[in-house]
Design a protein around this ligand. Structure first.
Ligand SMILES: *[C@@H]1O[C@H](CO)[C@@H](O)[C@H](O)[C@H]1NC(C)=O
Ligand SMILES: *[C@@H]1O[C@H](CO)[C@@H](O)[C@H](O)[C@H]1NC(C)=O
Ligand SMILES: *[C@@H]1O[C@H](CO)[C@@H](O)[C@H](O)[C@H]1NC(C)=O
Ligand SMILES: *[C@@H]1O[C@H](CO)[C@@H](O)[C@H](O)[C@H]1NC(C)=O
Ligand SMILES: *[C@@H]1O[C@H](CO)[C@@H](O)[C@H](O)[C@H]1NC(C)=O
Ligand SMILES: *[C@@H]1O[C@H](CO)[C@@H](O)[C@H](O)[C@H]1NC(C)=O
Ligand SMILES: *[C@@H]1O[C@H](CO)[C@@H](O)[C@H](O)[C@H]1NC(C)=O
Length: 317
């Protein structure tokens, strides 16, 4: 009797440990019903960077969740850090969210809701860090991203996906063989920009990861995933045939809406692809991922919030 009993106790204990181990990291299948998105034009569902349907709309559709979109084109994390005349996460997007949850027009059960942030492109970009246009550093920007988790957690939010910065040096705007375009038409050293952008993105992503790894254990009941947009976009760049499916030759170095500007600005000269040809491109324009790239991002984010395995997501807790 006794050995049998302790064997049972032991296996129950093992089961409990295994169950804890499995369920401690990440969200459970069918748990998440609301997707709340923050960020910039990569995530804005109205002024969409891809000139098509933005990834949050696809992700909500793929995962059958209700989308609550707060991301706004042109945004930085905080205008106190990297000023741009657009609605930033901290001084505009979060205040609107708190107004809506405060006055009852938005009511989100914390266990059924996941929050995403994809920010940094404008913070590190032209007229900001890469051009030395403010007094902030990449350390401030990374700290701001992580403060977004802290701030929402303090208000009751528990589930988070932090999307890291893409290899911006692969966009036409920040590549070494760039051309003057709608985003930057002043003469510049494109090699310098490309090298600095590579460093800013890698450093920022490493800092955010370290800061989140330190933060996660201090937030009981939280589930925080890092979504590795950087590796995913790099993989699309390296293996386009695995992801792109349009009717033109696959193209990861150009964009389907390519516009050359005269130095100093003026009339753009554009080459624009149509219809299903667009799904052959990694980039929509000189700065934004294409709709097909966004569908891939949406697919992987949907897997993550459904509690399934995504190659590009890592749950910290
Ligand atoms: C989608 O979610 C809604 C609301 O939670 C539910 O009523 C519906 O059955 C779901 N649809 C599918 C296809 O799972
Ligand atoms: C931005 O600056 C204002 C005024 O100094 C301050 O109240 C606010 O907390 C700051 N926001 C952030 C995110 O640091
Ligand atoms: C709550 O605030 C939002 C944002 O300001 C506003 O659009 C909405 O009408 C308000 N709802 C109520 C019930 O006051
Ligand atoms: C950066 O700081 C310097 C010295 O305090 C100041 O002169 C300059 O105006 C600041 N620049 C910006 C963009 O805030
Ligand atoms: C641009 O910068 C690179 C170093 O990043 C340098 O080798 C090159 O000479 C510069 N080109 C011009 C035109 O200044
Ligand atoms: C490419 O694949 C996506 C699904 O990822 C699909 O929605 C889209 O219609 C496809 N594009 C073409 C041109 O077939
Ligand atoms: C990719 O697209 C750009 C812009 O439309 C074009 O200039 C370039 O030749 C294309 N590259 C390839 C390899 O097809």
């Amino acid at each position: 009797m006794l050995p049998n009993f302790s064997a049972m106790l032991f296996s129950a204990l093992i089961c409990a440990i295994v169950a804890l181990g499995v369920h401690a990291a990440g969200v459970l299948p069918s748990q998440i019903k609301h997707l709340v998105t923050f960020g910039d034009s990569y995530t804005d569902v109205v002024a969409t960077g891809d000139q098509g349907t933005a990834w949050p709309v696809y992700a909500a559709g793929y995962s059958n969740t209700t989308l609550h979109p707060f991301a706004r084109s042109g945004a930085t994390c905080s205008n106190n850090i990297t000023f741009r005349p657009f609605p930033p996460v901290f001084e505009s997007q979060l205040p609107l969210y708190f107004t809506e949850t405060g006055n009852g027009s938005l009511s989100l059960p914390s266990d059924e809701t996941i929050y995403t942030l994809w920010i940094g492109t404008n913070d590190v970009g032209a007229n900001s860090l890469v051009t030395g246009s403010n007094n902030a550093s990449i350390v401030d920007v990374a700290g701001c991203m992580v403060d977004w988790v802290r701030t929402l957690y303090a208000s009751g939010a528990r589930n988070f996906i932090m999307q890291n910065m893409i290899p911006l040096e692969l966009t036409i705007l920040y590549s070494a063989n760039s051309y003057p375009n709608r985003f930057w038409a002043v003469e510049r050293n494109t090699s310098d920009w490309s090298v600095l952008m590579t460093e800013l993105v890698l450093s920022g992503n490493a800092l955010t990861k370290l800061m989140l790894q330190a933060l996660a254990p201090t937030l009981p009941g939280s589930h925080i995933a890092i979504f590795d947009s950087h590796s995913l976009i790099q993989d699309i760049y390296d293996h386009p045939a695995l992801y792109l499916n349009g009717t033109a030759p696959l193209n990861v170095t150009g964009c389907w809406d390519s516009c050359v500007a005269p130095f100093g600005g003026g009339n753009l000269v554009c080459t624009v692809q149509k219809g299903t040809d667009r799904d052959s491109y990694l980039w929509a324009d000189e700065l934004h991922p294409s709709e097909q790239a966004d569908r891939i991002i949406a697919r992987e984010i949907a897997l993550t919030l459904e509690g399934k395995e995504s190659q590009w997501s890592t749950w910290l807790n």
